[in-house]
Design a protein around this ligand. Sequence first.
Ligand code: AMP
Ligand code: MN
Ligand code: MN
Ligand code: MN
Length: 274
Amino acid sequence: MNRMIVDLHTHTNASDGSLTPTELLDHARQLGVDVLSITDHDTLGAYERLPENPGLQLITGVELSTTWAGRGVHIVGLNVDRHSPALLAGIQQQKEARLERAGIIAHRLTRIGIPSPLAAVAAMAGDAGIGRPHFAQHLVDIGVVKDLRAAFKKYLGAGKPGDVKDGWASLEDVTGWIVAAGGIAVLAHPVKYKMTTSKLRLMLDDFVAAGGRGIEVISGSQQPDVTLRMLALADEFELAASCGSDFHSPDAAWSQPGRFAPLPAQVPKVWEQW
Ligand code: AMP
Ligand code: MN
Ligand code: MN
Ligand code: MN
C-alpha cells in the first residue's frame, strides 16, 4: 500500500497564504495529499469558505500566535471543534491583538520615514487579519526593498521596528483554548525560534504543563539531523509527532503541500490520537 501523505500545517488567503481554501484543496489533492489541515494564523475563516466536498480528509486546524520568554512562538491546534466557545473567544481576542499590533507596526514604520502604510495593508489583507507579510509586500510595492526577504531582514524580522512581541495571549491560554475545543495542541516549527536546545526544553516543560501534546517533528524540508533532534524531544516529553509543510504559496517551490520527508514509521503520531 502506498504511504498516506499527511500535511497538518498550511495557509490560505484567510490569513497570509495566497490561495483560496478551494484552490488549496485542489492544489494539495493534485500533489497527492490524503490528509490535510488548513492552519491559518489566528483564524478559522477558511472553514467558512470550503467547497461542499473537500476531496480529501480535512482536519480542522488553526495556528495561534503567542509569546514565550520574549519570543514569538506558534502553537498549532489540530482536530479542534470550530464552534467551541472558548476557542472562538480566544480567536476574537487574537484578532483584536492583531489589529492593534498592525497600528503599532504602522506607527513605527511611519516614524522611520515610510509614508503611512496602514490603509494599503488593510486593503491588501481584506477579510484576513493583517500580518507582517502584508506589510512586507507593501514595502516591496512602494520600492523600499526589493523582495519580501529583505523586508523582513530590514524592517519586520526579529529585533526590527516591525517586530512587536507583546499583545498575544500566553502560551498557557492558547494551549488551553485548543484543549477546550477538544483538539491537540502542537508546537509549530520548533527550529524556527532559533532557541538553544536547553531553552527549547524549558519551553516544552511549560507547554506540556499547559496541556500541549504534540510537536512538529517535520516542518517542511529540513536536514536529517534536525529531524533526529526533534524525535529525541518528542520522545523525552512524550509528545506525538506532527508534520507539515507550512505552505503559503505555489511560488515557494521548496514549501509545497505534502512535499517533505515522511515521519519514521515507529513514532507515535498526532493522527493516532483523533
Ligand atoms: P505574523 O503572523 O503577522 O507575525 O507574520 C508571521 C508570518 O510572516 C509567518 O507566518 C511567515 O508567513 C512570514 N514570515 C516570517 N518571517 C519571514 C521571512 N523572513 N521572510 C518571509 N516571510 C516571513
Ligand atoms: Mn505565515
Ligand atoms: Mn508559524
Ligand atoms: Mn504557519
